[in-house]
Write a protein that binds this ligand. Structure first.
Ligand code: HEC
Length: 174
């Protein structure tokens, strides 16, 4: 599963580099207007292997954190609130009947400056579809459609600045 994931990431980055590639649909998130959708593959992955996320479409998922977020994210339930500028990306993929792995939705949580979004504890939630189109973003396009993200995270992650982390068996330990 780790080898498959490495291959998926490599393929996505390669395809993004090939101008006019007709297979570019697979590179999908690389077409997104959100820079974090294009950059996350280079961020530290905190999942030792992809795991099934029942709360995010029952797809395989991993959790990448950018440089600002990485130290805090790796402390899991033992840390302070996430500093502003910290971003966690949760790419998901599925495996079809033919055994092909296909990217699904990319989920993003970005901690904004204090006071930016009081209703969501200053977390900006985004969902990017496999073709790179934005499904929604807190305070942006279809903001109300992202309210359920905050609702679940604020209840399940209340003690950890709304972060819920990943199943313990799959956590990279620093
Ligand atoms: C019903 C509850 C629920 C909903 C709704 C939900 N999440 Fe999550 N989220 C979780 C859980 C549980 C985890 C921990 C990993 C796992 O089990 O998938 C998580 C983890 C994450 C993470 C990794 C950061 C962290 O908290 O550790 C991101 C990013 C994320 N979710 C984004 C979103 C976005 C964006 C939406 C809305 C489009 C959303 N989530 C909706 C429950 C939810």
């Amino acid at each position: 599963m780790q080898a498959l994931y490495a291959c998926l990431i490599e393929t996505m980055e390669k395809q993004a580099a090939v101008q006019g590639s007709d297979r570019v649909m697979l590179a999908s998130w690389m077409q997104s207007d959100l820079s974090e959708s294009r950059d996350f593959a280079g961020w530290k992955n905190f999942a030792t292997a992809p795991y099934i996320s029942f709360t995010h479409g029952e797809r395989f998922a991993t959790n990448h954190a950018n440089d600002i977020a990485a130290e805090r994210y790796g402390q899991y339930e033992n840390g302070q609130p996430m500093p502003a500028g910290g971003i966690v990306a949760k790419p998901t993929f599925s495996i079809n009947a033919a055994g092909e792995a296909l990217w699904e939705t990319l989920f993003l949580m970005e901690k904004a400056e204090s006071g930016t979004s009081p209703d969501t504890n200053d977390w900006i939630y985004s969902a990017v579809m496999p073709d790179g189109a934005l499904m929604g973003r807190t305070l942006g396009q279809n903001s109300e459609g992202m309210a359920f993200c905050a609702a679940c995270h604020m209840s399940m992650g209340a003690d950890n600045d709304d972060m819920i982390f990943l199943p313990e068996d799959y956590r990279v330990q620093n």
